[in-house]
Design a protein around this ligand. Structure first.
Ligand code: PLP
Ligand code: COI
Length: 366
């Protein structure tokens, strides 16, 4: 297996005059809509000895035959992480805990019976692609969103795990995930479930997101941005929000659902747990009954709710929709705890506060 230091990456780059001009951080940037000039591709081909030399090539469609396994049996996993331009030394670019994404990507692949990408190859590929696209790492509050994806490439519709895989990585400039900065509205889904114990809920696979779409459509039809999922057995305990983990604030105590196997173990979630403790909050991971959440909001003891994730950072939840009821959280206003944690987190990510936990990795490329 190649070690990252010695791993060769081929570059077949566009001439400068054919490259697009990145947006300015002040522009309106729609999340995930503008891919940069290049992408990285690395195939795993057992007949050719395994992982091939990764290539950075112009962003373009690639061909797969209609009988590829990914189209029929859903062997697809992905990751989401960001590169940040340092606010103090703007020539420096950092990743935030990328080794966590490398590990989760491998775990997701294993859960879907796929060939995991060795973590050193994953990291090396990401460093090299971001180095090529460094002009697209805009200044704070923008960043570069990185989307590594692994798909099963074998052909033929008989049902089995693919033997050949393709890793591809695409990157896009990002700013806000939600249009509304003033808090998101979340729809409590009581019909479908996202995941069950023993299922694929803790893997970041496209299939989880596909099966969650009817609920998202229901949510959107009611004006909510995201779906709040309850557990698959009792349909009673809060799991997570569509693209975020979730936290509940009771004064100086914060609670979040424990990782039971059906929840995506978020990198942002784990960082906020550490950060909140460091800032003096009491932080608890436990099973959280939706009935108690609603009662505590009504009593006024539950003061804030917020979601957290790479794309969405920290997003205050200011409204819950449950059937026909609309329940305001914190009188529909963004609360101080979510705002404080968001500031502390992004200050670390952009180098405006000390990296107390050793979370940042400087972009290194040969
Ligand atoms: N839960 C789901 C379903 C997600 O899609 C995400 C986003 O990646 C998260 C949680 C948060 O994970 P992370 O903080 O690693 O981005
Ligand atoms: C991320 O935060 O990286 C996500 O995966 C969210 C995505 C579903 C848009």
């Amino acid at each position: 297996m190649p070690q990252s230091g010695s791993l060769r990456i081929l570059r077949n780059l566009l001439p400068r005059h054919k490259r697009k001009t990145p947006p300015s951080p002040a522009d309106e940037i729609q999340f995930g809509q503008t891919q940069t000039d290049h992408m990285l591709i690395c195939d795993y081909l057992p007949a050719k000895g395994g992982w091939q030399v990764p290539e950075i090539v112009p962003y373009a469609p690639f061909q797969l035959t209609p009988d590829s396994v990914v189209f029929h049996y859903g062997q697809e996993v992905f990751e989401g992480l960001k590169a940040y331009r340092d606010s103090v030394q703007p020539d420096q670019i950092y990743f935030f805990r990328p080794e966590q994404n490398a590990r989760r990507f491998a775990n997701s692949a294993l859960r879907l019976g796929m060939q995991p990408v060795p973590e050193d190859i994953f990291l090396k590929c990401i460093h090299e692609l971001v180095a090529v696209e460094k002009d697209w790492v805009l200044e704070s509050p923008a960043s570069l969103y990185i989307r590594p994806t692994l798909i099963g490439m074998d052909t033929g519709v008989s049902y089995r795990a693919s033997l050949a895989y393709r890793l591809f990585v695409i990157v896009s400039p990002a700013k806000n995930y939600y249009k509304r900065e003033t808090g998101v509205s979340v729809f409590i889904e009581r019909q479908h479930v996202r995941a069950v114990p023993g299922g694929s809920g803790e893997a970041k696979c496209g299939g989880n997101y596909a099966a969650a779409l009817p609920a998202l459509q229901r949510a959107r039809a009611l004006g909510a941005e995201q779906v709040l999922w309850l557990d698959g057995l009792e349909r009673k305990f809060v799991e997570e929000v569509g693209a975020m983990n979730i936290m509940f604030v009771y004064g100086d105590k914060i609670i979040t659902p424990s990782l039971t196997g059906s929840i995506l173990p978020g990198v942002t979630r784990s960082s906020i747990i550490q950060l909140a403790r460091h800032l003096g909050f009491t932080m608890e991971e436990k099973r959280i009954d939706i009935g108690e959440v609603l009662t505590d909001i009504a009593k006024g003891t539950l003061t804030e709710v917020f979601g957290c994730g790479t794309a969405a950072v920290i997003s205050p939840v200011t409204e819950l929709l449950d059937g026909d009821s609309r329940i305001e959280v914190n009188k529909g206003k963004v609360g101080p705890v979510a705002m404080k944690l968001k500031k502390e987190l992004i200050d670390i990510q952009f180098g405006r506060a000390p990296d107390t936990f050793g979370w940042r990795t400087l972009l290194a490329s040969q």
